[in-house]
Design a protein around this ligand. Structure first.
Ligand SMILES: Nc1ncnc2c1ncn2[C@@H]1O[C@H](COP(=O)(O)OP(=O)(O)OP(=O)(O)O)[C@@H](O)[C@H]1O
Ligand SMILES: [Mg+2]
Length: 258
């Protein structure tokens, strides 16, 4: 398109988009962790994948892109971590991972839960355009559930390299995961694989069906284990605390990188 004939208001929007793209170019890989279904373990997966990548020596960022319910800081015991009002917004380094969340910018408990499309778009835009990640090998993004405004906006703005889809062994979860995967593919982002969370041990046939349907692989499974509840309640990272969790996520991350 010839920007020379464009009204300045439109040209400004295009320029902002270019600015964002340039800004995010210091990040080698942007991986979204997603499922349309709530509560399947997206945040758990995003956090533990991020810390597993960091354990392997990569430089890693973790972006909490759940504007409505930003939970990452609680999972990391960082509720009191707030950004000062200086620009740009610098992620806070926590045990070797750069973390950024809207919960660091506003008081989570006072956050209006009724934000809709345009305002969410604006908030995500501001968060991304004003943050300074520096050079990163991986940015792991914890996405909100649903197939509506918030995840859509974030996917389109960030131009993700791909998605990890989280599912649980149940059929209902699989059906929703397929829905999530189809949506992500429609937006042009590849599916990097499927993680079965809250697994009983053996990968369920429903999880295998999700991978088949989306033309991808099951990266691995993580057992249903109280360690994840106790870790998220006490602000600890399971892969830094528990051998079995560390091994499960190491396998997932190795398959992801492979
Ligand atoms: N493998 C597991 N075993 C036992 N509990 C788990 C496991 N994975 C996650 N949980 C627990 O399940 C709850 C939901 O997990 P989490 O917040 O990661 O899900 P979510 O998909 O991000 O939810 P939301 O859709 O609300 O963002 C948390 O209390 C978490 O500790
Ligand atoms: Mg979550």
């Amino acid at each position: 398109m010839d920007n020379g004939h464009m009204h300045p208001s439109f040209a400004r929007v295009i320029a902002q988009k270019e600015h964002l793209k340039k800004k995010l170019s210091s990040i080698k890989h942007k991986i979204g962790v997603y499922s349309a279904k709530g509560g399947v373990g997206k945040t758990t997966t995003a956090v533990n994948i991020a810390y597993s990548l960091a354990k392997l020596g990569h430089s890693v960022g973790l972006l909490d892109a759940d504007i409505d319910c930003p939970n990452v800081t609680m999972f990391l015991g960082m509720e009191s971590a707030k950004l000062d009002s200086v620009q740009p917004m610098r992620p806070i380094v926590h045990q070797g991972v750069k973390v950024l969340s809207t919960a660091m910018v506003v008081d989570e408990m006072k956050m209006p839960m009724i934000w809709r499309g345009p305002i969410i778009t604006k908030m995500v835009w501001e968060l991304l355009a004003n943050s300074e990640w520096g050079d990163l090998d991986y940015l792991v993004i914890d996405l909100p559930p649903g197939t509506s405004d918030s995840p859509l906006t974030i996917m389109q703005l960030l131009g993700l390299d791909g998605f990890v889809i989280v599912t649980t062994p149940q059929k209902i979860s699989a059906v929703n995961s397929i829905r999530s995967g189809i949506m992500a593919k429609r937006l042009g982002a590849p599916i990097l694989g499927v993680v079965e969370n809250m697994s009983s041990g053996e990968i369920s046939k429903h999880t295998k069906a999700v991978a088949d349907e989306l033309g991808t692989d099951v990266l691995g499974s993580v057992k249903r284990d109280d360690i994840f509840n106790s870790c998220s309640d006490s602000g600890k990272v399971a892969v830094l605390e528990d051998r079995e969790a560390a091994d499960a996520y190491l396998g997932i991350v190795q398959n992801l990188l492979g």
